[in-house]
Structures are given as C-alpha cells and as structure tokens.
Design a protein around this ligand. Structure first.
Ligand code: TPP
Ligand code: DXP
Ligand code: MG
Length: 621
C-alpha cells in the first residue's frame, strides 16, 4: 500500500509521481470504509482528495498554514499528517474530531466547524507573518457554499489591501449541503461552464442593445474586433475587480495541474483566488448520486449506500416538517426561511408545496434573521428554522432587528442541546441563555413530539418574537396523554405530589420521568413539571412549588450561566424563599464530540447522576 508510506506530514513529497494516482484511490477506499463504520462527512471529503494531496505537495507543514473552511472536508489532510489511527475513533467520545483541531495536531492551523471563517483567519495569519517578517505561505480553502456567507466577503474586501502573498482556494463543487443557491452560485456556474460563458455573452449583448441609439452600433463594433466580447469577459472578473488576483477555473482532480497552478499562485503579490472545480462524492457512485444524503452520513452499507440502521421513530425535525406543511396550507401568510439547510431543518417539504413562500438564503444566518424581520414588518408570519449553534451568528440581528421592534418572527431552533459527534462547535447548549437575555423574546421548549406541534401553532398565532427549541434526533413519544392547551407563560404540571419538585425544560422532561420513577421506587414523592416556557417564567407556579416542597430541582440541556435554573433561583431569592434547590445543567465549558448519552453522563445530567445528587441533598435536609 502506498498509504503505508505516509506516516507524517510532508511524507507525500517522497513519493514518485506515478504513485500519486494510486494513493488517491487508496485514500478514497480508506475513507469510504471508515465513514461507513463511524459515520461522517463523506461527499465533501471524497471531493477534495486530489486537491488536498496537491496542497501537501506544494506547501510545507506546519510552517505553511492551511485553513479549512467549516473543516468537514479535512479528513485527507488528517491522513496525510499522521492521523490514520485516529480514524478508528473518528467522532467518537475521546476519539479524533471530525473537524480541524489545533490541540490535535500542529498541522491544523485553525479550528473550524461553522462556515465562512477561513479567509478572515487566513488573512490574520498572513498579516501576522508580514508584521513579524516571516516568509511562510497561508492558504484558506473555502467551498462555494461557504462563500455565500457574508464573513467571507468581509474578509475578501479586507484582503484586497494585502501586497504580500495570501492564497484563497475556492473549492467549487456546485453544491452546498443541498443545491447551492443565489446570485453567487449562478455567477460561479457561469464562470465554470462553457454554456454559462455563452449565456453571459448573450446577456452582455442584450444589455448593450438596450442603450438608446448607440447600443446597436456598439455591439456591431465590438463583434468586429479580434476577440469580440471575450476581451470584456475575464472569468472571475468579480474577484479581480475587488482587488484579488483570479486564477482558474482549474480541474480539481488533476494533481499535476493543481501543483503547477499553486506554483503560479505562490508568485502573486497580494491575495489570489484560485478557482478549483471538484465533484462532491467523487469515486463513490451513491455519494455522487445523492450528495445531500452523503454530506453527513450515518453508518452505511458500502455496496448499496443504504443506512445500516433503519429509522423507526420520527425525529423532531420530521414533526416540525409536518406541522409547517399543515400551517402552510392553512395560513397563506406563513413563510419559511432557512440558511442553507432545507434538508437538515426539514423545510424541504414546505419548499416543494409552497415554493414562493420558501426562502433558502445561503449560509447567511445574519441575513436570514433580518430578512425575516423585514417580512414580519410587512405583515407576513416568517418562521426562521436554524440550528441552535448557527443562530449564535445572528445574535445582534435577533436583538437589533427583531426584538427591539417586537416583531413577530418565529424561531424554530433545531439541534438544541447536545448534538453528539459534531462536537463543541455544534452543541446547541447556549440558546436558552442567549435568547432569554433579550427583552421581548419568548422562549419555549417542547417535552415530546405532540408538544412541538402544539408549540409551533401557538408560536405562529402569537404576536412578537418567539423561539421554540428542540433537540437533534428521535422525538420523545412518552407522556402522550398530557396535552394541556398551551397558555402563554404557563407550565404544565404532569404529576402533583410533595417533598421534591422536578422542573424540567424540553428534552429533560423525559429524563425527569426516569428520575421520578427511580425516586418513587426509593420511597420519595415527586412533583413533575414540564416548564414549557423558559421565558417568561411561570412565577405563580414556582411560588406554589417552593411553599409545598422541601427540594426544588431544575433540569435543562443548556449551560448553567444564564439558563433556566439560574432564572428560577433568582426568582426564589427575590421572594425570599428558603427552599433548597439543585440546578441540573451543563457546566461553563465546551462539550466535545461523542455519543449523546455518554456526554450527558459525563456532564452529570443523566437520570442516574441526578438521582444520586437529589438523594444526597434530600438526606441532608
Ligand atoms: C454558520 C454555519 N451555517 C451552516 C453550517 C452547515 N453547513 C456545513 S457544511 C455546509 C455546506 C458547505 O458547502 P461548501 O462550502 O460548498 O462545502 P461542500 O460541503 O460543498 O464541500 C453547511 C451549510 C455551518 N457549518 N456553519
Ligand atoms: C459540517 C456541518 O456543519 C453540517 O454538515 C452538520 O454536521 C450537519 O449536522 P446534522 O447532521 O445534525 O444535520
Ligand atoms: Mg460546495
């Protein structure tokens, strides 16, 4: 195996040229095998095998810096920098991360996970190099999807001032997770393809022809010149006009050509954008045919490409998808917005039924929120579906554009709580804190699948900013018979007893049911409350609970700071309550990747640990 010759960074440079195609093939076989076992981002990784090899042949690590945007495509880079063993534990608890991590290797220049940061970080590295008189190369690798994010453009705008070398590789596979959308995608399409070029030519001609009196003559004269319109149509003109040098488009599966082009790029003084065209899923038929499914794949059977585990129960995303479709049917004012996640958020069905009322804005969470604010100001009922950790991007837009004006925007926040194998960048464990701190915002979390549906309907009927947060994965289908009508700011009392009161938020209601059962067997009486609203708090109920119980336990899948438990405790202090309380929440820290159940036990928010804490506290009372 050629792959055996790669023990550490730069070993690839020792290979003979003829060995490179076989190495590419071996890497693909290796990745397909490992990802079929552990799950992971297959399509993007298969697409950049040759590009990564060419980067490693052209640059010297760790002196030179490669920054991977999002970082989900960094598997070949990990393989070429001595981390082959790590694939046994890829994305598992205590194992190798699926994203670049500086603490994992000195060849990982910058931690990523969220999109569109690589050019900013790369520019920082390049500026620091210049200030310190260094001579290393800096390369940011960004996808066509990630390039739809505003940060990338803020960074390119800034990079135009550079007069030293900084290489931006645009890895254009004409896909985000789903189809890439919008004006930029159209533009890249045009640059990439011959038909696009011809369309552009026709477009320029028809624009010129619209010029009164002279248009016709200008077109005739231009056509007579040696290169016709070609001289005006430089591919990548958009980037050139911003002050970057544009190179390409280049076949991203041709190692030789890539290496030659990198040589050229190294000689450019200033920021240079190298446009590389690749195929997502290259070399594995099912991934090429179903790029969205193989973007982030669950373990699958290699021969068929089908998932190893069949899904039997509905996900929260499925429930959201269904209720959106129903509400879309009933209410013509309901519109839906996603930031490049029509599959992940479940909005694809809404898109298919109501294409005019569906908006995929690209990887642009900030824009998505302010765009929704505009729609709401104009009288529509926008539902913005965004993952909890990606909404962090748009904190100011939620505050400045939605909440100050008290606009009726519904935030459907998927992947709230621990998400598992994507790790610290993707855990949705801050939203209760960052949303509750904003005046006018109402924050809710459902206990089970029926309640998600009820909450969405409540949220759409409400008037003002409102968020419904729900976790990744299988929807809880317990407590079916508890379906009290939703009332603003009111919790739901599921079991009313004495001694200990459990106040649980969303996903933690299921855990609270287990805790209550264990405590009941041990002889303790337990009230169980489904909080429903994290903001506003049901103060009336809390007043009653503290008077009637000896111990109050709050439970949430969110960090302690600024969360539900802290708000309850603050209220108890305010009313001078002497009741003892326990706050079950996540510590002031980031949570790494791994199985969610293991992560919960590790953080002490699993049923067993909670029972132990309660018993210890109660005995001491
Ligand atoms: C801020 C943010 N929003 C959304 C995502 C989810 N996401 C991860 S990869 C991706 C698509 C990226 O497309 P592209 O950059 O073209 O890379 P490709 O997957 O095509 O290799 C999206 C939307 C994210 N990581 N970060
Ligand atoms: C890299 C990235 O940000 C996404 O691909 C993310 O991994 C998707 O997560 P889900 O699998 O929860 O949709
Ligand atoms: Mg892409």
């Amino acid at each position: 195996m050629i792959l055996d010759k790669i023990q550490k960074e730069n070993d690839i440079k020792e290979l003979k040229k003829e060995e490179l195609p076989q190495l590419a093939e071996e890497i693909r076989t290796f990745l397909i095998e490992k990802i079929s076992e552990n799950g992971g981002h297959l399509g993007s990784n298969l697409g950049v095998v040759e590009l990564t090899m060419a980067l490693h042949l052209s640059f010297t690590l760790p002196q030179d810096k490669i920054i991977w945007d999002v970082g989900h495509q960094s598997y070949t880079h990990k393989l070429l920098t001595g981390r082959r063993e790590g694939f046994e534990t890829l994305r598992k608890y205590g194992g190798m991360s699926g994203f670049p991590k500086r603490k994992e290797s000195n060849c990982d220049a910058f931690d990523t996970g969220h999109s569109s940061t690589s050019i900013s970080a790369g520019l920082g590295y390049a500026m620091a190099r210049d200030l310190r008189g260094g001579d290393n190369y800096v390369v940011s690798v960004i996808g066509d999807g990630a390039l739809t994010g505003g940060m990338a453009w803020e960074a390119m705008n800034n990079a135009a001032r550079l007069d030293s070398n900084f290489i931006i590789v645009l890895n254009d596979n004409n896909m985000s997770i789903s189809e890439n959308v919008g004006g930029l995608s159209n533009y890249l399409n045009m640059v990439r393809t011959k038909e696009g070029y011809l369309n552009l030519k026709a477009g320029v001609e028809s624009t010129l022809l619209k010029i009164p009196v002279y248009g016709d003559q200008i077109v005739k004269r231009v056509r007579r010149t040696k290169n016709g319109l070609k001289q005006f149509l430089v591919p990548g003109m958009l980037f050139e006009e911003m002050g970057l040098t544009y190179l390409g488009p280049v076949d991203g599966h041709n190692i030789d050509l890539l290496v030659k082009t990198f040589r050229e790029a190294k000689n450019v003084k200033g920021a240079v954008l190298l446009h590389v065209c690749t195929q997502k899923g290259q070399g594995y038929e099912p991934a090429m045919r179903h790029p969205a499914r193989f973007h982030g794949a669950e373990p699958f059977v290699i021969e068929t490409g089908l998932p190893k585990k069949k899904r039997v129960k509905a996900n929260y995303t499925d429930v959201f998808s269904t209720v959106m479709r129903k509400m879309g049917d009933r209410e013509p004012d309901v519109v839906a917005i996603t930031a490049a996640m029509p599959d992940g958020t479940g909005l694809k069905r809404f898109r298919n039924m109501f294409p005019d009322r569906f908006f995929d804005v690209g990887i642009a969470e900030q824009h998505a929120v302010t765009f929704a604010a505009g729609l709401a100001a104009a009288g529509l009922k926008p539902v913005v579906a965004i993952y909890s950790s990606f909404l962090q991007r748009a904190y100011d837009q939620v505050l400045h554009d939605v909440c100050i004006q008290n606009l009726h925007v519904v935030f459907a926040i998927d992947r709230a709580g621990l998400v598992g194998s994507d790790g610290e960048t993707h855990q949705g464990i801050f939203d209760l804190s960052y949303l509750s701190s904003i005046p006018n915002m109402c924050v809710m979390a459902p206990k089970n699948k029926w309640e998600l549906s009820d909450m969405m309907k409540f949220a759409v009927a409400y008037d003002g900013p409102i968020a419904v947060r729900y976790p990744r994965g299988e929807a809880y289908d317990g407590l079916e018979r508890f379906r009290e009508p939703m009332e603003y700011g009111k919790s739901e009392v599921i079991y009313d007893e004495s001694e200990i009161a459990l106040l649980a938020v969303g996903s933690m209601v299921k855990t609270a049911v287990e805790v209550r059962e264990k405590l009941r067997v041990m002889g303790y009486g337990c009230t169980l409350v489904n909080a429903r609203f994290v903001k506003p708090l049901d103060e009336e109920l809390i007043r009653r609970l503290q008077a009637e119980h000896r111990l109050l336990v709050t439970m949430e899948e969110n960090v302690k700071r600024g969360g539900f438990g802290e708000a309850v405790l603050e209220y108890l202090n305010e009313i001078g309550s002497k009741v003892r309380s326990i706050n079950i929440s996540l510590p002031d820290d980031y949570v790494e990747h791994g199985n969610v159940e293991i992560l919960k036990a590790d953080a002490g928010i699993d049923a067993e640990t909670i029972v132990k804490r309660i018993v210890a506290e109660y005995i001491g009372l």
